[in-house]
Design a protein around this ligand. Structure first.
Ligand SMILES: Cc1ncc(COP(=O)(O)O)c(C=O)c1O
Length: 400
């Protein structure tokens, strides 16, 4: 296909979106399907945030804004970083984009040259390597293990760094594993990074507010102020405020990088939607008390899912610290046969056989760079989760 660019041919369509779509298609055909593939909270956007958007529309705040965000939102972002992360940023260091994903995209397009390497701990969020590839860089996945709680180890980080390394993309709590790094675990990694001044850190803190059992969130520039000058701290309203459809992500970092990202955005999307920006101001400045309440609901669901999956034969599911995902191993099912005689050779075979047999949609681990595992999103009702986990148990018990 000569017409399509080499850059596009290097990447895959998002496997999580594909799995969600397959579940939708089967549902449309009348199948009884439960999708555990989607990466969004099942809660609604709080009313005060919706009202702020309606007010913005009524007041005619419906025109182009500054490419990198309205001053009110930048001020709210700086206040958030100070209040919650003890990080000092001025408005010229803050940047708003149409979602968290474009923040990563803008940062990579703004900085990568051919051959530049980007270290990505695996399992990783599906978009990281593909964004790096699209931007002309080279993703360098570094595998973690279930035994280490899917957390990057300092020795593995040290080994992966070369003179071509430009970035480490760091994500805690993690999509897809739910793993979150404590202050001390993070300090061991930042100690390694301090030895390599040419390596920058993009920290994706999207799931900051979704941690459980009293876990205390920490972010690299807070843990090691010596990294402040080469850290891009990224976050967004999508997950914490149940605003995935509003498309607002934000970050703060060194001014020259922010300027470069603004240049990219000025020639691509331009400003994020004006109305969503006003809604995001209310999200960051308004009441925050619903966040821990929702986190408590997620924690109960996590405990339910972990317990039920560990009762399924052939599965092993660790208890993650955060996000709304679990990442169980299906190693014990590999090599077995389904009732209609198909041999399960990979985690993709497992996911495919599971949706065919029981109508449960999950995403296979290969999509996240670590097999044989699969990802379950527990951002759905307790009733559906119980039903889904019973079906998974039945499916695993049926394998021979
Ligand atoms: C780890 C992580 N980072 C970033 C994003 C992107 O968020 P947004 O929807 O704001 O683009 C997601 C969404 O699934 C995510 O899981």
């Amino acid at each position: 296909m000569g017409f399509i660019s080499d850059a596009l041919n290097r990447i895959q369509p998002s496997a999580t979106i594909a799995a969600t779509q397959k579940a939708r298609d089967l549902k449309a055909l009348g199948r009884d399907v439960i999708s555990l593939a989607a990466g969004e909270p099942d809660f609604d956007t709080p009313d005060n945030i919706k009202e702020a958007a309606i007010k913005a529309i009524r007041e005619g705040k419906t025109k182009y804004t500054a490419v990198d965000g309205i001053p009110e939102l930048k001020a709210a972002i700086c206040a958030k970083f100070k209040r919650e992360n003890n990080l000092d940023y001025g408005p010229q260091q803050a940047f708003v984009a149409p979602g968290g994903k474009p923040i990563i995209f803008n940062a990579m397009v703004a900085t990568l040259n051919p051959g530049d390497e980007v270290i990505i701990p695996a399992p990783y969020w599906v978009s990281y390597p593909d964004i790096v590839l699209l931007a002309g860089g080279k993703p360098v996945p570094v595998e973690t293990t279930l035994e280490d709680g899917f957390k990057l180890q300092p020795e593995a980080l040290e080994k992966a760094i070369t003179e071509k390394t430009k970035w480490l993309i760091f994500n805690s709590p993690s999509n897809p594993s739910g793993a979150a790094y404590s202050h001390d675990e993070l300090k061991k990694l930042t100690d390694v990074l301090m030895k390599h001044p040419h390596v920058w850190i993009l920290t994706d803190d999207m799931y900051e507010h979704l941690t459980y059992d009293g876990f205390k969130f920490a972010t690299p520039a807070e843990v090691e102020p010596g990294l402040y000058e080469r850290t891009l701290t990224m976050n967004g309203v999508s997950k914490a405020y149940a605003m995935t459809g509003w498309r607002i992500g934000y970050c703060a970092g060194p001014e020259p990088l922010i300027k470069a990202m603004t240049k990219v955005q000025s020639q691509s999307t331009s400003n994020p939607t004006s109305i969503s920006q006003y809604a995001a101001v209310e999200a960051l400045n308004g009441p925050q008390d619903f966040i821990p309440e929702r986190a408590e609901v997620f924690k109960e669901r996590r405990d339910l899912v972990v317990s039920m999956l560990n009762q399924a034969s052939g599965l092993k599911c660790p208890t993650p610290e955060g996000a709304f995902y679990v990442y169980p191993s299906c190693a014990g099912c590999i090599g077995k046969q389904t009732t209609d005689g198909k041999v399960i050779e990979t985690d993709e075979d497992f996911a495919m056989a599971l949706i065919e047999a029981e109508g449960i949609s999950v995403v296979h681990g290969a999509a996240f760079g670590l097999s044989p595992f699969f990802r379950i999103s527990y951002a759905t009702s307790t009733e559906e989760l119980t039903d889904a986990c019973e079906r998974i148990q039945r499916f695993c018990a049926s394998l021979r």
